[in-house]
Write a protein that binds this ligand. Structure first.
Ligand code: AMP
Ligand code: ZN
Length: 461
């Protein structure tokens, strides 16, 4: 299989281990709010990658973390270590405890993963369950002289690291790691690129999440958890690391520096795979823009979550994909057609000729080739549609599609025409709208239109 490696900036053949499993780590969500369909684009990428590797004959050990402490609001804006812990902030605004918030959103995330058929990673690990491992890793960095202390915590010293012959920030797209690109610069840091390994609890204040450490009461910096947990479960060197493109210039270079700095072994990860972002209506998605759609939004608007899964596969993972309700509707209708073809194919009585047998092998090969070519899902889907249109006998068509569905994850075999994709909630909304219309309450009818009900009516009739 060939994959684009962000580290070398080219497509490379994956050198699969002769024995044992392919180690693969995905940077998981920060569990302070509901994951968006943007976040899930990245998790679909790891799911498709793990499924494809398995389909092509490898054994995979997939590890995903859940960030439940230490990810600060400033971390994604260029400068690590500024702002407030996202979980603490969510606790303050909701009046809940940070631990409860983490539990609540972690379990919701697992539920949403299941509803879009993302196979559960072999290990799902939380930062707060691995404080000991993170402290041990920081101690190793300290012993090698790669840390220093300032008033709010222990920091990684990128200059000291480079003086030992290492290169910091190889993964970054140039410019982003320069000081000027940072939103806010901590003047106590020796260098703007340095980042927190351990942060102290504020003086005289008790945090809901805090731990004793050799440096005092506090909590881990955001990046150290991924180094500690990936190496714990996959070893000091492993093959694949997946994340969204926003992690490429700060979080991942920091992971490399921490891991290679602590073990002295290079490379920590052989291949870095970054997924491009999902846009909504051509722009950024965000809570303030009212378009931070979630799997729940998709369901509430009457769509089967697997239509969203289909939609993700219509774009190559290295290109941005634009989510619109129209595009989702098109994916839902393609999925519906595929399911019907699959279902009906089971009733066919055609027989298999040697010529058709050859076709089956070719389709299978083209499908595998598409996966092996940097996970080209749009091309793989095109092969699926060739199969749909082909004259191969129904039962064989069904078998072939079932085989491909091991990667697609569309649950083709579980569908029958009796299954309805319209949820109870949507039926209820429809009823309310009709009632509103009946009493000429146009205002109410209009409000519910903007909630997407009109689209569902269109779909049904
Ligand atoms: P976070 O919960 O902010 O830590 O993000 C979790 C993951 O979702 C990271 O790998 C991000 O890169 C990814 N992510 C966030 N927004 C998007 C988006 N719009 N499209 C694709 N991936 C995203
Ligand atoms: Zn990470």
């Amino acid at each position: 299989m060939q994959l684009f490696n962000s580290l070398t900036r080219k497509k490379e053949e994956l050198t699969l281990p002769k024995t044992g499993k392919v180690g693969m780590y995905t940077c998981g969500p920060t569990v302070y709010s509901t994951a968006t369909i943007g976040n899930f684009r990245t998790y679909i990428l790891s799911d498709l990658l793990a499924r494809s590797l398995r389909y092509l004959g490898s054994e995979v050990k997939h590890v995903m973390n859940l960030t439940d402490v230490g990810h600060l609001t400033g971390d994604n804006e260029g400068d690590a270590d500024t702002g407030e812990d996202r979980l603490v902030k969510a606790a303050k605004t909701t009046g809940k405890n940070a631990w409860d918030i983490a539990r609540e959103y972690a379990s919701e995330f697992m539920m949403h993963m299941e509803s879009i058929n993302i196979q559960k990673p072999d290990v799902v690990c939380k930062a707060t369950d691995h404080i000991k491992e993170q402290i041990e890793l920081i101690l190793k960095l300290e012993a090698r002289g790669y840390t220093y202390k300032i008033s709010d915590g222990i920091y990684f010293d990128t200059i000291a690291y480079e003086k030992m012959g290492n290169v910091y920030g190889q993964l970054s797209t140039l410019g982003e790691i320069k000081e000027g690109a940072r939103v806010e610069v901590n003047t106590e840091k020796k260098n703007a690129r340095d980042f927190a390994l351990w942060k102290f609890s504020p003086l005289g204040e008790r945090r809901q999440m805090e731990w004793e450490s050799p440096w005092g009461m506090g909590y881990p910096g955001w990046h150290i958890e991924c180094s500690a947990m990936s190496m714990k479960y996959l070893g000091e060197r492993f093959l694949l690391h997946v994340g969204g493109e926003d992690l490429r210039s700060t979080h991942h270079p920091n992971e490399i520096a921490q891991s290679e700095g602590a073990t002295g072994k290079k490379p920590f990860v052989k291949m870095w795979v970054h997924g491009a972002f999902l846009l909504v209506d051509g722009g950024r998605m965000g809570k303030s823009l009212g378009n931070a759609y979630t799997v729940e939004t998709i369901k509430t608007r009457g769509f089967d979550p697997l239509a969203l899964r289909y939609f993700y596969m219509t774009g190559h993972y290295r290109k941005q994909i634009n989510f619109t309700w129209e595009a989702l509707t098109a994916s839902a209708s393609a999925l519906d057609k595929l399911r019907r073809v699959y279902f009906e194919a089971g009733h066919s009585r055609d027989s298999l000729s040697p010529e058709k047998m050859g076709k089956i092998e070719n389709y299978l090969q083209s499908f595998r080739d598409a996966l092996a070519d940097d996970l080209d899902m749009p091309r793989a889907l095109a092969v699926v549609w060739e199969v749909v249109k082909s004259n191969i006998p129904g039962r064989d068509k069904q078998d072939l599609l079932a085989s491909m569905d091991q990667v697609l994850g569309l649950d083709l075999a579980f569908w029958s025409p009796a299954v309805t994709t319209v949820t109870e909630e949507v039926t209820e909304l429809l009823k309310k709208r009709e009632e509103a219309r009946a009493v000429k309450d146009f205002k109410l009818a209009e409000i519910e239109d903007t909630n997407g009900v009109s689209r569902i009516v269109g779909k049904k009739s």
